[in-house]
Design a protein around this ligand. Structure first.
Ligand SMILES: [Zn+2]
Length: 244
């Protein structure tokens, strides 16, 4: 996630009491071209932690990027305020998400291959092949944690079992160690000790990752899943009606 420089926000729209960015001049994370990203007015979603999620389309590639907008405090009291703390979900770190995957030793090679093929067939609009490859990606994700035992299970069983094999709480437990009361890091946070520039950069990096892990990623998965359910549900209703 990267913070958007408020100077690059060229227009705003009104959302409740908050003025939220409408267009942003930004180098699109998808096509890497400098252009104008227009945030969709109807894609805002209020989150319990006063974060708004929004989507914006690039005027060059027409692809969508996700944004997080932190609402200024005091907006509930009815004052008009402008949201300037805006973040773009930019997975690049300077490169294509696939390149990041390729350089990650922890991700199994067959998973990367399957995902790569899924992206390729999707981009060439071959949706049957996309379905086949998407299933392979899901199987590969489950297999990489569950191992050979996954072969005898259905996909739904595999994903039900997954939390037994993946310790989703591990990042929080390690963070709790770091925040230990008498620890050096806690002294830095309480201003008893000074923070140097490299530590500051690492801390900001960790905060970004933490927000992604706890808020952005779960919401992304859930939103996509709900929309798929709605679409698939609608289609099956239409099919049933046609059969009758
Ligand atoms: Zn673009």
């Amino acid at each position: 996630m990267k913070k958007i420089n408020p100077a690059t926000i060229t227009s705003y729209s009104q959302f409740g009491y908050v003025k939220v960015p409408k267009t942003i001049q930004y180098e699109c994370p998808r096509c890497l071209k400098m252009g104008s990203i227009e945030l969709k007015a109807n894609s805002y979603q209020s989150n319990h932690n006063e974060l708004l999620l929004s989507k914006g389309k690039c005027n060059n590639c027409n692809k969508t990027s996700e944004f997080v907008i932190a609402t200024p405090s005091g907006t509930s009291k009815g004052q008009n305020q402008t949201a300037t703390n805006v973040y773009i979900y930019d997975t690049r770190g300077g490169e294509h998400p696939l390149d990041q995957l390729k350089n990650n030793e922890k991700i199994p090679k067959d998973l990367i291959r399957a995902f790569h093929s899924a992206l390729n067939v999707y981009e060439s609009k071959d949706y049957s092949a996309t379905a086949v490859m998407s299933k392979r990606v899901l199987e590969s994700v489950a297999k990489s944690f569950i191992g050979e035992e996954s072969f005898n299970q259905s996909l739904t069983q595999q994903f039900e079992e997954l939390p037994k094999y993946v310790d989703f709480s591990k990042p929080m437990v390690s963070l709790s160690h770091l925040l230990n009361g008498n620890g050096e890091f806690n002294k830095i946070l309480d201003l008893e000790h000074e923070m140097d520039d490299e530590t500051a950069e690492l801390v900001i990096d960790m905060l970004e990752a933490l927000i992604e892990y706890l808020f952005i990623l779960p919401q992304r998965i859930e939103n996509a899943q709900k929309k798929i359910e709605q679409r698939v549900g609608r289609k099956s209703v239409v099919r049933d009606l046609q059969i009758k």
